[in-house]
Design a protein around this ligand. Structure first.
Ligand SMILES: *[C@@H]1O[C@H](CO)[C@@H](O)[C@H](O)[C@H]1NC(C)=O
Ligand SMILES: *[C@@H]1O[C@H](CO)[C@@H](O)[C@H](O)[C@H]1NC(C)=O
Ligand SMILES: [Cu+2]
Length: 155
């Protein structure tokens, strides 16, 4: 008796796992290709003063390793304010928009055309900010956001 119940259970488990595999497969394949995405920062707003990038990043996430962030911004002209892309060293500098130990990634001209591309290579927090006007664009213009890319293969 116990044996047949056990067999029945095994059968149910076997069917369940087969179904799970066939359901999971299309999703699994898309993960295994390790394809990476190109994401335009700010979508149609591009990289500009006054848009809330923290909110944008929260809505848009999660971000994955090897994803490419594309920063689009106009080159400096007499009529436009220049922008740039910096990485801030830690959360404290991010909160304060303190550029002291920040590293420039994209200069004021690199956002033109197809934009400045940054590939997320490390699974650690990345604190992005505009470096113009001594951090005013970051602080008053909310041109900052953080991203911690995750590894697709662990999903
Ligand atoms: C990221 O891309 C590199 C090659 O450009 C590759 O070696 C690596 O496995 C990729 N990592 C992920 C998590 O896709
Ligand atoms: C930025 O914001 C601070 C505090 O809100 C304000 O004192 C300062 O005048 C602003 N600066 C600019 C250039 O808007
Ligand atoms: Cu700016």
């Amino acid at each position: 008796m116990g044996f047949t119940i056990m067999q029945g259970l095994m059968l149910v488990l076997l069917i369940a796992s087969t179904m799970a595999v066939s359901i999971a497969r299309p999703f699994g394949n898309s993960i295994n290709t390790q394809s990476s995405n190109k994401i335009i920062v700010g979508d149609t707003h591009h990289w500009n003063y006054g848009f809330n990038y923290i909110e944008w990043a929260t809505k848009h996430g999660p971000f994955y390793l090897n994803d490419t962030l594309v920063f689009k911004y106009d080159p400096p002209t007499p009529k436009t304010f220049p922008h740039s892309v910096y990485l801030l060293p830690n959360q404290e500098s991010f909160i304060k928009c303190d550029l002291k130990n920040a590293k420039m990634q994209g200069n004021t001209k690199q956002g033109a055309g197809n934009g400045f591309e940054f590939v997320l290579k490390e699974s650690q927090p990345h604190y992005f900010a505009c470096g113009e006007h001594d951090g005013i664009h970051c602080l008053n213009g909310t041109m900052k956001f953080s991203v911690t890319p995750i590894d697709r293969t662990y999903r």
